[in-house]
Design a protein around this ligand. Structure first.
Ligand code: HEC
Length: 144
C-alpha cells in the first residue's frame, strides 16, 4: 500500500515536468481581432474567449497536471478551430462558415459542458443566445 502511494506521488510529480505549453496571452496583430457590437463582444469574451481567442484566463489548477493537459488541449484545439483574435485574417468564405456554425454550436455543445461545470458565469442565457445569433446572421449578411 505504501509503495503504491509512493508510486502515485512520484508519477504525479513527474507529470508536472511534461512540457505542454499553450501561451495564455498572445498580443493581437493590428486589425486582426473581431470587431463586434459591445454587447455581443462582452458575451463572447465571457463565454468563448478562453478557448477561441489568444487571451485565455487560465485558472491556477490548469497549471497542475493532469488537469492542465485537458484545459490546454481544449484551448489549443479551440483556437485552431476558430480564433476571434485572428478573425480578420480569415477569408470571407471562412467567416461566413463560422457565422453559420456559431448559432448551431451554442444550441448544442458550446461552451463545452466540462468548462461550464467550473465556469458557471459562462453559461449562456436565452437572451445571450439570441444576441449572438442575431449578430451572426447580420454579420453574415454584411459579408455578402
Ligand atoms: C473550454 C473551451 C471552449 C469554450 C469555452 C468554447 N469553445 Fe467552441 N470549441 C472548442 C473546441 C475544443 C472546439 C473544437 C472541437 C469541437 O468542435 O467540439 C470548438 C469548436 C467550436 C466551433 C466549430 C468551429 C469549426 O471548426 O467549425 C464553434 C462554431 C464554436 N466552437 C463556437 C463557440 C462559441 C460561440 C463559444 C462561446 C459561446 C465557444 N465555442 C466556447 C472549445 C471551446
Amino acid at each position: 500500500m505504501k509503495k503504491l502511494l509512493l508510486f502515485v506521488i512520484i508519477v504525479f510529480i513527474g507529470m508536472q515536468f511534461v512540457p505542454y505549453n499553450v501561451p495564455a496571452d498572445v498580443p493581437d496583430k493590428e486589425g486582426d481581432a473581431l470587431q463586434a457590437p459591445k454587447e455581443v463582444e462582452a458575451i463572447l469574451k465571457r463565454s468563448c474567449y478562453d478557448c477561441h481567442s489568444n487571451h485565455t484566463n487560465f485558472p491556477w489548477y490548469s497549471s497542475v497536471a493532469p488537469v492542465s493537459f485537458f484545459t490546454k488541449m481544449h484551448v489549443k484545439e479551440g483556437r485552431e478551430h476558430m480564433n476571434f483574435s485572428t478573425w480578420n485574417s480569415y477569408s470571407d468564405e471562412k467567416k461566413a462558415k463560422f457565422l453559420e456554425k456559431i448559432p448551431k454550436a451554442i444550441k448544442s455543445k458550446m461552451p463545452l459542458p466540462s468548462y461550464l461545470l467550473i465556469h458557471k458565469d459562462a453559461k449562456l442565457t436565452d437572451a445571450d443566445k439570441k444576441a449572438i445569433s442575431d449578430w451572426a446572421s447580420e454579420a453574415a449578411f454584411d459579408l455578402e
